[in-house]
Ligand binder design. Structure first.
Ligand SMILES: C[S@@+](CC[C@H](N)C(=O)[O-])C[C@H]1O[C@@H](n2cnc3c(N)ncnc32)[C@H](O)[C@@H]1O
Length: 252
């Protein structure tokens, strides 16, 4: 099957162990911000990706592709009710879930600065030029762990789709870069296994937007791999966490 051949070629000797780990349990942590509030379970690697954005109270933050909302919860907890968080997602159905998650899991004083919107992410660069101190682009991706565990998705997986997604990711990343204030920080992330959706997307933006620089992420989860531009957390070596790729970029 195409999926298995593609990743077996890409990962070589590592693939059998990685495949087993991808089929196994994840490594979720419980986020709960008050006794009467709903807990939310999020992969520890996703918490790491959101935290690497280095958000501080008072900042203006955009979570460009935010639903169902796990990483927005982490960002809101870093803002502590000061500044602003725009949690955006283009899909109406997923936005409903996002609103539910934010309303049920955040204390009122933190929720007050959060706004949910439904724009196409590629529009931010044009309409919200240099407007945010921090941007998280957790891009739509192949979601390979999900694909592997869903026969219907496995059936329609193709290398062509990976390429198509990487083009879409590049357009979203260019928009995020343009919406970022000078001096701001952007984290680009996916839960994909292929470098085409990860480092390659970052490599292209560095060529297209010379004001952007890669910033090393200092603290990374145990067993995570450093790649050319970012960090890849994979479940075979990182105690079930991931897959999560993230790269941190700053604008000069
Ligand atoms: C990987 S998921 C985001 C997960 C989310 N950050 C979290 O932690 O819960 C990607 C999201 O991007 C949204 N999306 C896809 N294309 C988009 C676009 N062009 N503009 C905005 N959102 C988009 C999808 O609806 C999906 O909810």
């Amino acid at each position: 099957m195409e999926f298995f051949d593609y990743f077996s070629q890409l990962y070589g000797d590592r693939w059998p162990a990685l495949l087993e780990a991808l089929k196994g349990e994840g490594n979720a942590v419980r986020l709960q911000f008050g006794e009467s509030l709903e807990p939310y379970f999020l992969d520890e690697a996703s918490v790491f990706a959101a935290k690497s954005l280095a958000v501080e109270p008072g900042m203006d933050v955009l979570d460009m592709c935010a639903a169902p909302g796990g990483k927005s919860l982490v960002i809101a907890s870093m803002l502590q009710g000061e500044g602003s968080l725009q949690s955006n997602d283009r899909s109406p159905d997923r936005r409903l879930r996002l609103t539910h998650v934010l309303e049920n899991s955040l204390p009122a004083s933190w929720l007050g600065i959060v706004k949910v919107t439904g724009y196409d992410g590629v529009k931010f660069g044009l309409h919200k030029k240099e407007s945010y101190d921090r941007i998280l682009l957790d891009a739509p991706c192949s979601s390979d762990r999900h694909v592997l565990n869903s026969p219907a998705h496995l059936e329609v997986w193709s290398a062509k789709r990976v390429k198509r997604l990487s083009v879409e990711q590049g357009a979203l990343l260019a928009s995020a870069v343009d919406a970022l204030r000078p001096g701001g920080v952007l984290v680009y992330g996916t839960c994909a296994l292929s470098p085409l959706e990860n480092d390659k997307v970052v490599e292209k933006i560095l060529k297209k937007r010379p004001a952007m620089r890669v910033e090393p992420i200092e603290e990374i989860p145990p067993g995570a791999d450093r790649t050319e531009f970012g960090v890849h957390v994979l479940p075979d070596t990182s105690e079930g966490r991931g897959p999560i790729y993230c790269a941190k970029l700053t604008k000069f």
